[in-house]
Design a protein around this ligand. Structure first.
Ligand SMILES: Cc1ncc(C[n+]2csc(CCOP(=O)(O)OP(=O)(O)O)c2C)c(N)n1
Ligand code: SF4
Ligand SMILES: [Mg+2]
Length: 451
């Protein structure tokens, strides 16, 4: 079945007794990770899910090793980011069962991902393997380390209050939240229930890191249960509610609005003109902030698409709105553009000193096979490129800061003859607000009428 970009095989499903593969776990003797993973295996077997439709997204740390021991799909990435990856997988493939395996270290590093996934109610199940420390790196304290606990980094006892991950996601929109321990006999049932729950589910499963937290704190099952009690962290099913699941809701809305396509897919532009371009053409426009550089280049790009070309646009990034965009790069091509960077532009258009300062490196690289369009103030700029001087004042229309770039760019496009100016007129109407479009159509008319 295909939905979005990932194709998933769906062979006939026969009942499986295990979702584990042959490989033994690598964990230290007595580590809670193996215990919880065995319970997960039981839950998956109970649900009899097609392993092709299950994705285990593992975080980093000892728990991050886990996905390799299962005969399901898997994704393994950076520390703390497992929930973000799982969100992406679920968004594009709402029919998949997406299960995150993360440690308390990952929950601290990527805490905001947890909160955002909860608030969206994205339909993933997060298993928090909460062994109260960073296991893999030597038992350092984490966001869930209890007050007073000794770890590699809190030798005199932890002074910080631990984060209650379960109640944090519960108050931020999670729709299934449970807390318990690796010792709970009914853990497989809670795992199965959480996996079946359509929205965001989190199980905060407290467990033992026998290599570090246990010896550092002479810790055991009894102390673990007592710690939950002392901290006032409730256990059991903490929260459950019904709320629309985000991924499926997004697809439903997309289907309702467009019949078939994703909500995020671009609106198509109908090709109405032809272009004589046979290879990519790279144009850089150097104007001034507030000179409508970006929107004018966008119009030129849109005209390219209306003429059957591929188009990409890259703008410089102003630190504040008031400094504004002054340089915009446009690539037009009859073939798909796989690299949007420009080494040397085929044409450079200079309207203002401000933009020129940012594109001098291009100017230095350009030779006589390239074109330099300039306004009269830059007629003396030294260059090996062929220079074309365009005087906006000669086009029979009052030149303003707002229309100067359009006047010079439209005139240059007329000179280049990549597509008909009628495509530009359609692009102006398609991309600009009516009052701005009127101004630009007057500019285009002036360019067309000029000798
Ligand atoms: C961004 C980032 N910071 C630090 C590390 C180093 N690192 C690797 S594993 C680990 C601790 C993992 O602890 P936890 O997530 O609780 O998993 P556990 O080992 O306890 O199962 C750390 C800090 C990393 N991989 N990435
Ligand atoms: S270091 Fe701790 S978390 Fe890692 S495998 Fe050993 S006991 Fe488990
Ligand atoms: Mg840990």
């Amino acid at each position: 079945m295909t939905q979005g970009t990932i194709t998933v095989d769906t062979p006939a499903q026969t009942a499986r007794s295990t979702y584990r593969n042959e490989r033994p776990y690598p964990f230290c003797p007595g580590c809670g990770h193996g215990v919880i993973l065995n319970q997960l295996d039981k839950a998956l077997s109970q649900l009899n899910l097609d392993p092709h439709k299950v994705v285990l997204v593992s975080d980093i740390g000892c728990v991050g090793l886990s996905d390799q021991y299962f005969a399901t799909n898997a994704f393994h990435g950076l520390h703390g980011r497992s929930v973000a990856y799982a969100t992406g997988i679920k968004l594009m493939n709402p029919e998949l069962t997406v299960i995150v395996l993360m440690g308390d270290g990952g929950a601290g590093i990527g805490g905001h991902h947890l909160i955002n996934a909860a608030r969206r109610n994205i339909g993933i199940t997060v298993l928090l393997f909460n062994n109260l420390n960073f296991g893999m790196t030597g038992g350092e304290h984490s966001v869930t380390t209890p007050i007073g606990a000794r770890t590699a980094t809190t030798r005199d006892g932890n002074m910080e209050r631990p984060l209650d991950v379960a109640r944090t996601v519960a108050v931020n929109g999670a729709t299934y939240v449970w807390r318990g321990t690796m010792f709970d006999k009914d853990l497989p049932q809670h795992l199965a229930e959480a996996i079946q729950h359509p929205g965001f589910a989190l199980l905060d499963i407290w467990e033992l890191c026998t290599a570090y937290f246990v010896p550092n704190n002479t810790f055991n099952k009894k102390k673990l249960l007592a710690t939950q009690e002392e901290l006032g962290f409730p256990t059991g099913l903490l929260h459950r509610e019904e709320r629309p699941e985000f991924a499926q809701s997004q697809w439903d809305r997309a289907h309702a609005q467009q019949g078939k396509a994703l909500a995020l897919s671009p609106r198509g532009l109908e090709v109405r003109y032809t272009s004589r371009l046979e290879q990519p053409f790279r144009l850089v426009v150097a104007g001034r902030a507030g000179g409508k550089v970006r929107s004018t280049v966008r119009t030129a790009a849109t005209a390219g698409v209306l003429s059957g070309l591929w188009a990409t646009q890259r703008d410089d990034y102003p630190v504040t709105v008031m400094t504004g965009h002054s340089v915009s790069e446009l690539i037009l091509s009859p073939e798909e553009i796989l690299y949007t960077g420009i080494e040397t532009p085929d044409a450079l258009l200079v309207v203002a000193e401000e933009g020129l300062a940012k594109v001098r490196h291009y100017l230095d690289r350009m030779g006589e096979e390239h074109l330099l369009f300039v306004t009269p103030s830059f007629a003396d700029v030294p260059t090996r490129a062929r220079k074309v001087v365009i005087d906006p004042k000669s086009l029979g229309i009052r030149v303003t800061r707002q229309n100067e770039t359009a006047l010079v760019l439209f005139k240059a496009l007329q000179h280049l003859d990549i597509y008909p100016l009628a495509a530009l007129a359609d692009a102006i109407r398609a991309t600009q607000r009516p009052e701005i479009a009127q101004q630009n159509l007057r500019v285009l008319q002036a360019v067309e009428n000029a000798p």
